[in-house]
Ligand binder design. Structure first.
Ligand code: S3P
Length: 450
């Protein structure tokens, strides 16, 4: 039930500058949503640039198990023949979402207002993550769930036979929770409302509008209020998935800390709900510029140019920025280790329930690399090594978490001694081409089967 192959130790050695162009893969959030919304539309949706990482492939398999026809075409695009809102068939087997919290939580929302029973599971990481944050609001629609204590997978969700619309305030800043409620609202009569105090990534709202759903977002005194009108048909779309800013973060940050580097990362979506890291790096003094800034499909897009930045300084990252860079704290904490002074990352308790406890994973691994780190339940503070450099010379545990694995490998490219991760296999969930792409820029990555 692992989302990837057997454990694979990998070591990054310090080496020469990173130079060239890095074409990073398609956006993971948008890829999941393309398949799920395509499966809920009537007719054929075509998707180019889909991230073919394991997380998204698991969602493709799930959509097929629910009755959609999902095919990879000869030109590399994907075709999804949808079954329409409320048209999902009861799957014959368990739906295994592998490592993907986004996959499982969004699919739970999508099936919650159809009268079918669906059993979900995932790998050891996903089975340890909280699902109550999604099953609680889905219960308000009339869905029932039976699962392990603490709302953990595996669990069976029985969708509502006569769904009612819901008005729900998300208790935590989570696009997955917001999206699950909106997807469930598609097959409920009347208006479903979600309010969130902090704006989280808004791909579901934007894409639902693209598919023809009626979705309105209003800024209120205390956040955002999103209203969806249910039970209208979704129109199939042609989607070009933009490249993932969360994946771009890795070659960008590597270039900033490896001496002499100069790397171009083209066509990166800079939706403000996703781009918090890049502004943060600029505030730290990074030589990171947006070239060819333009608009594509209603979203800002640019080519990112990152050059070695020996004079970066630690900063306090404002907690209200957390949602716009929630997946980037692991790699930011590596950059912070190379900067001078303290980088304080607060308001980040959500990091404790990602693919791993990312506060703990980074604190333990960075300390092993010779970096001083403080943590609280809600914060991570990295005391940068500055010009003295990061010692490295350690092995970090990836904890079934792709972003932890990639972060420590980037650390090893710039540290004084090599850094290993015990298992690089999870990288395939979001960035299957990471090893080749970083190698082509000049990084030295060595693998050894554990
Ligand atoms: C995602 C939302 C975020 C993010 C995840 C992708 C999404 O999770 O960490 O990688 O696509 O909606 P939360 O909703 O738990 O913040």
């Amino acid at each position: 039930m692992a989302a990837h192959g057997p454990a694979r130790k990998m070591t990054a050695r310090p080496g020469g500058p990173l130079t060239g162009t890095a074409q990073v893969p398609g956006d993971k959030s948008i890829s999941h949503r393309s398949l799920i919304l395509g499966a809920m539309a009537v007719g054929e949706t075509r998707v180019s640039g889909l991230l073919e990482g394991q997380d998204v492939l698991d969602t493709a398999k799930a959509m097929a198990a629910l009755g959609a026809e999902v095919t990879r075409l000869d030109d590399g695009a994907w075709s999804v023949h949808g079954v329409g809102v409320g048209g999902f068939a009861e799957p014959e087997d368990v739906i295994d979402c592998g490592n993907s919290g986004t996959g499982v939580r969004l699919i739970m929302g999508a099936v919650a207002t159809s009268p079918i029973a669906v059993t979900f599971t995932g790998d050891a990481s996903l089975r340890s993550r909280p699902m109550g944050r999604v099953t609680d609001p889905l219960a308000l629609f009339g869905a029932r769930t039976v699962g392990r204590a603490g709302g953990r997978l595996p669990l069976t969700l029985v969708g509502a036979e006569a769904p009612v619309p819901v008005d729900y305030a998300t208790p935590m800043a989570s696009a997955q929770v917001k999206s699950a409620v909106l997807l469930a609202g598609l097959n409920a009569p009347g208006q479903t409302v979600v309010t969130e105090r902090t704006g989280t990534r808004d791909h579901t709202e934007r894409m639902l509008r693209g598919f023809g759903a009626e979705v309105e977002t209003i800024r209120t005194d205390d956040g955002f209020r999103i209203t969806l009108t249910g039970q209208s048909e979704l129109r199939p779309q042609t989607i070009a998935v933009p490249r993932d800013p969360s994946s771009a973060a890795f070659p960008v940050c590597a270039a900033l800390i490896v001496p002499g580097s100069d790397v171009l990362v083209p066509n990166i979506g800079l939706n403000p709900t996703r781009a918090g890291l890049f502004g943060t790096l600029q505030e730290m003094g990074a030589d990171l510029i947006y070239e060819n800034l333009r608009e594509e499909g209603g979203e800002p897009v640019a080519d990112l140019r990152a050059r070695f930045s020996p004079d970066m300084k630690g900063i306090a990252v404002p907690p209200e920025r957390a949602a716009s860079m929630i997946d980037e704290y692991p790699i930011l904490s590596v950059v912070a280790a190379f900067a001078e002074g303290e980088t304080v990352m607060s308001g980040v308790h959500e990091l404790r329930v990602k693919e791993s406890d990312r506060i703990d994973a980074m604190a333990v691994g960075l300390r092993a690399c010779g970096v001083t780190v403080d943590e609280t339940e809600d914060s991570l503070t990295v005391h940068g090594c500055g010009p003295g450099g990061v010692p490295g010379g350690a092995e970090a545990a990836a904890r079934l978490d792709h972003r932890i694995a990639m972060s420590f490998l980037i650390c090893g490219m710039a540290a004084k001694s090599p850094v290993s991760v015990d298992d690089a296999a999870p990288i395939s969930t979001s960035f299957p081409d990471f090893e080749r792409l970083m190698g082509a820029l000049g990084a030295t990555l060595e693998r050894e089967d554990a």
